[in-house]
Design a protein. Structure first.
Lengths: 375, 375
């Protein structure tokens, strides 16, 4: 019997409820396919932070780094200011473990309602590879008052005028600023991951940027994309400005195979993608370091108002669990979980409120576990 | 007879064709409502740039600044590298004239096909107020190699680790970076514009940001929003992360009245909004400086492959023309143009290919002008 050790961070809000269902389904898959999972819970999230003042310590991260996959519920709590937990736990883990790929399958399952007209599961079936450790997510920025921080403010003002060759007034009493950076290695590795995926798929990679306006950072991205693309002459490519991309996601999702995007634009378009595939209740994500510790999570938040109500849809979490065990090598078990999700949806008997049903979170977990076990 | 002088920049690609139709319809409205427009053409765009090396000179801008509204076709040409014309002409004008509001009505007209299920014109009817002169659009960024640009690179690396309280390696041989800035005045004035609009509408303003991750720049935005909101106790508000906002635009457009957004996120969500309202062929925009020179344009690009084919939809441009004459004080004429557009669509006889018809650009212009004249 294969043994896996998987650390779990249930997190905040509905996190513990949905993670319980994910574990239930993976345990059922283990029973059927002959593996056993030893789950270890980690307490990080709002309660732990409010009780101890600790977000996630380097010690916890070192401990977690012994594993190859972490199962995460959701992070975020109204008692804590926006961003504190998200940055201090979720982003800290993505960065610390150098999970440079955020993998988001955008797949309309058979029987799921999408808000988009005239599209079938054959039309909505692609993968977004979001860069996950750089760009505007590096947390560098600040505020400045006139006269202070002379360097950045003054340099900015003169560059601003110089770039446009015009005399533009930009004096301001007070500003807020933010810096994004992408590196050559950081950009190449994620683009390479996307091309490798496309080699196993429909051999097409779409790049997302805004090189016509944020030219310094995304002109750099384009060059690295072109350099990696030249190593894959059999893969076709296209470039899309992020604004236009939101239109194509809605109008022509069938155009895409693998979409690779810088971090911040990836955050935006994958939420839109989640809606196109039927809503957040159905959208899983993986934070992947192919050589290190990966982390799998539903892409929705902690939905504090539903906490403890046994109401929300656990499918995104269960699907993220399938991605996790696939990463661990259990491909057959993973496929079985995804097809059990599809069966549950097609049978249309045990569904949560967001899919028009009245079943509870745990009912859906039970039902999918039952199908996995072939009962 | 009221006289207006309006400068026109037809621009590139299909620009001249669509502008011709816009002028035709405004001239018809003038005939009916008793005003006369003297049009002055400006040559800026690809041909002018390739012939003279000039994008838009300070002399041209000074000349244009004598007018209160400019009518713009579209800018962009495959012979010129991406970004050069867009930044050198379009963004230069927005910045020079300090057109701090980019106004985008998201309105599904009666009879228009939207890709979104189950939504009617009553559901899709709101306005996006996009900040238009700051944020990541200021054009400041660069590249750095290890060892070079010590200041920014080194500061960034240490801040990066310090902010997360962790020991994260960020060494890279080469990076591309970009800086965004928003100012107190720049943020307040556009938010104030949004609240003033909401006062005349359904008294609700939705703010867009990503304050949980880009906390420095958008935490600042939120504070300014809250400060302006406190001056309008009768207007209700909500905050939306930009990623979630893309979902609500598709799923619940009926939630919105006035949406106010920083520049870059505004660029993204207004293209999505254009799709929700039926496509780029139907989406007008105004770049507004309420005390200075404004500029009106369709939000689509120059569509070089359709150039000279008398094929594309002129409705976005005609609608932008209506916004322009409303800004000049001709409200009744503006309303008449918009309702003529609606009549043309409802009659469903003279339509361009994107709306399932086979009429030419000029046929649609002719038809709308005819309806404006009451013929
Ligand atoms: C919670 C938040 C920090 C996070 C992000 O912005 O990456 C989320 O939106 C996501 O997409 O996983
Ligand atoms: C052409 C481009 C520079 C422009 C922008 O990014 O603002 C366009 O997308 C728009 O929305 O008007």
């Amino acid at each position: 019997m294969t043994q896996y050790k998987i650390p779990v961070i249930p997190g905040d809000g509905i996190g513990p409820e949905i993670i319980a269902e994910g574990r239930k389904v993976i345990d059922a898959a283990g029973e059927r396919f002959g593996f056993d999972v030893e789950w270890t819970e980690f307490p990080h999230g709002a309660d732990h932070y409010l009780a101890t003042g600790e977000l996630i310590s380097e010690d916890s991260l070192k401990e977690l780094s012994k594993y190859s996959a972490i199962y995460l519920g959701s992070i975020g709590d109204p008692r804590v200011a926006p961003g504190v937990l998200e940055k201090g736990v979720l982003l800290a883990a993505r960065f610390y473990f150098d999970q440079y790929v955020n993998l988001r399958p955008i797949k309309l399952l058979e029987g799921v309602w999408t808000p988009i007209k005239d599209k079938t599961p054959a039309d909505i079936d692609f993968t977004v590879v979001r860069e996950n450790t750089e760009d505007f997510y590096i947390g560098i920025g600040g505020r400045a008052k006139k006269g202070e921080s002379k360097d950045l403010l003054e340099v900015s003002r003169s560059l601003y005028s110089a770039k446009f060759g015009l005399d533009i007034e930009t004096d301001s009493e007070e500003i807020g600023y933010q810096i994004g950076m992408i590196s050559k290695e950081g950009t190449q590795r994620v683009i390479r991951y996307a091309f490798d995926l496309a080699e196993k798929s429909k051999k097409h990679v779409s790049s997302v940027d805004k090189a016509n306006v944020l030219s310094d950072i995304y002109g750099f991205w384009r060059e690295e994309f072109e350099s990696v693309a030249s190593e894959h002459p059999d893969v076709t490519t296209d470039f899309n400005y992020v604004d236009a991309m939101t239109m194509w996601f809605v109008k022509n999702p069938e155009w895409f195979d693998v979409v690779v995007t810088p971090n911040m634009f990836g955050d935006i378009i994958t939420d839109l993608g989640a809606m196109v595939q039927g809503g957040l209740g159905l959208a899983p994500g993986g934070n992947i370091n192919p050589e290190g510790t990966s982390m799998f999570e539903p892409i929705h938040g902690s939905a504090p108002k539903y906490k403890g109500m046994n109401k929300v849809n656990p499918i995104a979490t269960i699907w993220a669990g399938a991605m996790m065990i696939e990463q661990l090598g259990e491909k057959e078990a993973a496929d079985t979980i995804v097809s059990a999700i599809e069966t549950n949806i097609l049978e249309a008997k045990v569904r949560t409120y967001d899919m028009g049903g009245s079943a509870g979170t745990s009912d859906v977990g039970d039902d999918i576990a039952r199908i996995v076990l072939g009962k």
